[in-house]
Structures are given as C-alpha cells and as structure tokens.
Ligand binder design. Structure first.
Ligand SMILES: [Zn+2]
Length: 579
C-alpha cells in the first residue's frame, strides 16, 4: 500500500480528554474517531488489526470445537423478561416498534438458549459449542478510557451446551485453553487468569483474563500471590486476618468522645490503633420485588467494605446495596452519624470475619458523642451470629492460601468465562430428551472476548513514549519503507517495496508522501510498524520497533530477507508458544 493513498491522519499532541495510554495512542494514530460518548468509528488501520485478532479468535474457537453462527443484534424483550434481566440489567438499550419491545443485545444468553431449545432435541446432539463475533450494546453511564468502557463494541461470545455438570466442566476447560492460546498469539504476554464476580451474567463460577495496565486505563483491580499463584478480582478476593493476640479482658467503659465520629478521630482521641476499633456501617439492601432492608455491617476500623462482596454475601435475591441515608442511620442508632455500634442497635447485624476474636475493642455507643472501650464479645454484647467476608483486599494483605503478602494490580479484562449451570435453561424451559424419555435442562457455559479490548490491552502493554508497538500477529501492517529523501531515494525504496510485495507475505506500506523524513519516521514509530526500512545516503537500514535494534548497510535483498524472515519467525513463535 502506498501511504499517499492511505487514510493516514496522525496527531503529534496527546488529546487532553485521553487519560489512558491506549486511548491517547488510538486517537493520535487515527485508529479510532469518536462518534458520541462511548461510540467509535474504526478506521482502515484499526480494522486491519481487528480482523487479524478476530481471525486468531476464530481459528482457536474452531480448534476447540466451536461452530460460528450469527444471532440477531435486535432482540425480543420477552425472553429477557422471563429470565428477569429486562429489569435487573441496567445497561440495556431498550427500543419499541409498533407496540413491541426490543433490546440491542448486550450479550446473548437468552436468544442462544432459545435457539438451542429449537435445534437440540436429544442427548446424542450434545455437546454443542456455538459462537459469534458481533457488535454488542451496553448503556454504560460513564463511558471512559477510549474503547475500554463503551456503549458499542465487538465481542466474540461462545456458548456451550452440555448434558451434565461434567460435560460443562470439559467445555469450560477447553475454552480456558483456547483463551490462553488466543492471548498468547495476540502477544498479550503478561496475563492473569483470576476468579471473578459473575455480575449480571450469573451462574456458578467465573474467571477473568486480565492484562495489567496503568491505573488510568485499568478498570478492574486484582490481587496476586507470587508464592502460590492465588489470583482474584478484588470483587471476589479474600485475605487472611492474623489471629488476635489473647489479652486480659478489661472492664467496659462508656467514654465521652465529643465530635469524634470518624475512625481517625476516635483513634486519635482515645490513643488506640484503628485495628482495635469495630467500625459499624449502616447499609440499605434492595431485594427483588422492591423490598428494602437497613442493616449494620461490623468490620475492623482499619479495613473497608467492598460493596460487591457485601451484595453477594446477602444472596442472589439482593439486587443492590448502598450506604443508608442519614435519617435511617439516626433511626436505627438513636444517635448522630458516627456513633453506631453493635450494642443496642435497632437493625439486623452482619459481621465481617475481621471482627471475630477481637478483644477489648472500641465501638460506637449508639449515643451521640459516646463510644464504648474494652467491649468484649459474649460478655458485653452478643457475638455476631452472621459472619461474612466483605472486606476489601489490598496490596500487602495476607494470601488466603499461603499467607504470603499479596500484590495488587489494575488491569484490563480481555476475556471472561462463566459456568452458567442450568439457570438459563431452566428459566427458558430449554431441555433435551434422555433415552428414557425424560427431559433435562442444558448445562451451559458462556465465554466472551472483547476484540477492541485486546487491541487496547496490547497498546497498554507494549507502547513506549514514541507510540504504539504492535506484536507482528496483530499489527495493521508488518513494515513501512521510508525513503530519507523522496527525490533521491525514491527509486530504490520503491524497488524494496515492490520486492516485498511480489516475493514475500510481508504486508508493507511505502511512505511515498511528500513529507520530511522527520515527519515520516515519527509517524512510523507512532503507528508502530514492527519493521521500518529506511533508505538514505548511508544505504539501507532495518529498524525493529519492539527491540529498538537497528541493522545498517544492507543490500536490497538482505533488507527484504531480514524483514520477511522476521515476520515469519514472529508468527511462528507466537503460534508455537500458544499450542
Ligand atoms: Zn499465596
């Protein structure tokens, strides 16, 4: 391709609205153009990369027994009402035409379960693994970080149908293997597979594939143990609390603590560490059927509540949790905000495991400006009977498996796999027949990969201060040929370009634009061609973008051979590492 004929528009400056590295570089290289908040057009350069990613995904899905299908994007509302997600998922784009309700597919569990119901009659037809690579729509309230949190995106979603739990596990394991192969081939060399919260998809178990990224791009936090390999999303992670050291029990006292309503103020006023405080937080839970409940959660003063873990601890009937309103807090405590405690509070109590075993602790007295000190479980206040794990896990906390200190990362979720069990099949009455004539619901799994996210994660992982650094396998083009001076070196550069086109599989751009050498080389580095061939007064040189290596004084044939071999080798190693 001649650069003069390409849609090539780059920016020297970082756009002010782009905080994430990948967002900034995707705008500067002209890979994307914003359409509206969270909606982008992808330019020719981006589509070349996306098609390569899609092809890798397709090959690995087919290799793992997947069959490609295409479901509609415009979906009937009824099945979503049957599963309850019409009301419970707040990201649905809902439409109406001639009095009939529709939605734009955010994911496709409902329609594919109904498709399976129509097509799979007997056990002998199982297992089936069906996938598609299509646009998805989610009404994100706050789109951010370029293509990372968006309202329209391309996703590969595969759904597995099996006869029993064992079959579902086999499909799940096959997909996990395929995912590692995909991400390896795409050059996502640093990757974590973590336990995750199932969120709106639901089901028995789920894991995410996370690429570490700068905090401005990362949208999820994970913790990782380098000792035993434990890895979990922060919404799922747990940590071990070191046991409380036995001490002699002191008599409880109620102390005047004027204006000390926060953990820091109380600790400072009483001269105790926050670890000795039992923090009492008042929350309101919303349950299915619009029922709400105000309750207290007890946690160590130095720890925080993770609200996703709290919601999950309340069971599947709970839709959401949020801190209670001030009047509700005052009603259950009979005091101003900041003085809540377990003794005498007028609402149900949940306790995080961190407060179990604690002795001579401090808590609010449910009396404005008063705290209890030297409070003890059993003696002064009933031991909490509902103990849960809702604490936020942070870097340095103890690994729940081996007690080594955990490390924390922010990252980009590039894939998510779920064991759904029979939940969708039961709700949509999708069954198959056994030999004895009885009917069983399908055991399902679902497996998503964001195509744009792989592109963004790759940029986050490999880009340097000069621009994008593409792994060969997903680069829009493999190579650019730049004449240092078009009039002087154009003929020779043109010969190299034609030789690469005619005799190799290298995808090459010839930068024949009437720009200065400085502009062209800056563009080449910004766009991130894996190989840059420069033809100048000092002969021919090949620059390798990923390593920064420069090889000079080459003949035309040496340069062509080097790039062609470089591309071939990179693709070969990406493939052989993946399988
Ligand atoms: Zn560990």
């Amino acid at each position: 391709m001649r650069a003069s004929m390409m849609d090539l528009v780059t920016m020297r400056e970082t756009p002010t609205n782009a905080v994430a590295k990948s967002h900034a570089f995707m705008l500067r290289t002209g890979l994307i153009e914003p359409e509206s908040a969270g909606v982008f057009s992808y330019t020719a350069l981006a589509v070349r990369s996306m098609l390569k990613i899609e092809q890798i995904v397709r090959e690995e899905m087919n290799h793992a027994g997947g069959q490609e299908i295409r479901l509609p994007v415009l979906l009937s509302a009824d099945p979503w009402k049957q599963t309850g997600r019409w009301d419970s998922m707040d990201v649905l784009f809902k439409l109406e035409a001639d009095g009939t309700q529709f939605l734009l597919g955010p994911t496709h569990e409902e329609p594919i379960t109904l498709l399976a119901k129509k097509r799979i009659r007997s056990r002998s037809q199982l297992p089936q693994r069906w996938y598609q690579i299509t646009p998805k729509f989610r009404k994100e309230k706050r789109p951010r970080a370029g293509v990372l949190r968006v309202r329209e995106f391309i996703m590969k979603d595969l759904y597995s149908f099996d006869a029993d739990a064992k079959g579902m596990d086999r499909s799940y394991d096959a997909m996990v293997r395929a995912y590692w192969a995909i991400f390896t081939r795409c050059g996502l060399t640093t990757l974590f597979q973590t336990q995750a919260d199932s969120g709106a998809i639901g089901g028995d178990a789920s894991e995410e594939f996370i690429v570490p990224a700068s905090s401005s791009a990362g949208e999820c936090e994970i913790v990782h143990c380098t000792e035993c390999g434990y890895t979990a999303n922060i919404e799922k992670a747990s940590c071990t609390i070191p046991p409380w050291k036995e001490e002699a029990l002191n008599p409880m006292e109620k102390l005047h603590t004027p204006n000390a309503g926060t953990i820091a103020e109380v600790s400072a006023f009483l001269g105790v560490t926050p670890e000795r405080l039992v923090k009492t937080l008042i929350y309101e839970a919303k349950y299915k059927g619009a029922q709400t409940e105000v309750f207290a959660i007890l946690i160590r003063g130095n720890l925080d509540v993770n609200e996703v873990k709290l919601k999950n601890a309340l069971g599947s009937e709970c839709i959401s949790v949020k801190p209670a309103m001030i009047p509700d807090i005052e009603e259950v405590t009979g005091a101003a905000v900041g003085f809540a405690g377990p003794l005498g509070i007028q609402c149900p109590i949940l306790a995080d495991g961190s407060v179990v075993g604690i002795q001579n602790f401090v808590s609010g007295a449910n009396d404005t400006d008063y705290h209890f000190v030297n409070m003890n479980w059993g003696r002064d206040v009933k031991s909490p009977d509902k103990v849960v794990d809702v604490r936020s896990v942070r870097a340095g906390d103890c690994c729940p498996r081996c007690t080594n200190a955990l490390e924390a990362y922010t990252g980009i979720e590039v894939g998510h796999v779920f064991k759904l069990g029979t939940v969708y099949a039961e709700k949509l009455k999708a069954t198959f027949q056994l030999a004895d004539g009885s009917h069983q619901p399908f055991w399902m799994g679902c497996y998503g990969i964001g195509i744009g996210r792989i592109m963004a994660a790759s940029i986050e992982l490999h880009a340097d201060e000069r621009g994008v650094v593409w792994p060969v396998a997903i680069a829009p083009y493999h190579c650019v040929v730049i004449p240092a001076n078009l009039a002087k070196h154009g003929d020779e550069a043109g010969n190299i370009y034609r030789d690469l086109c005619d005799t190799t599989d290298v995808e090459v751009v010839y930068d024949d634009r009437d720009f200065s050498f400085g502009v062209k080389i800056a563009d080449a580095e910004l766009i991130g061609y894996p190989f840059i061939i420069v033809v100048g007064n000092k002969g021919i040189e090949v620059r390798t973008r990923m390593t920064g290596e420069v090889t000079s004084l080459l003949s035309l044939y040496e340069a062509v051979g080097m790039v062609s071999q470089g591309v071939e080798t990179a693709l070969y190693f990406a493939n052989s590492n993946a399988h």
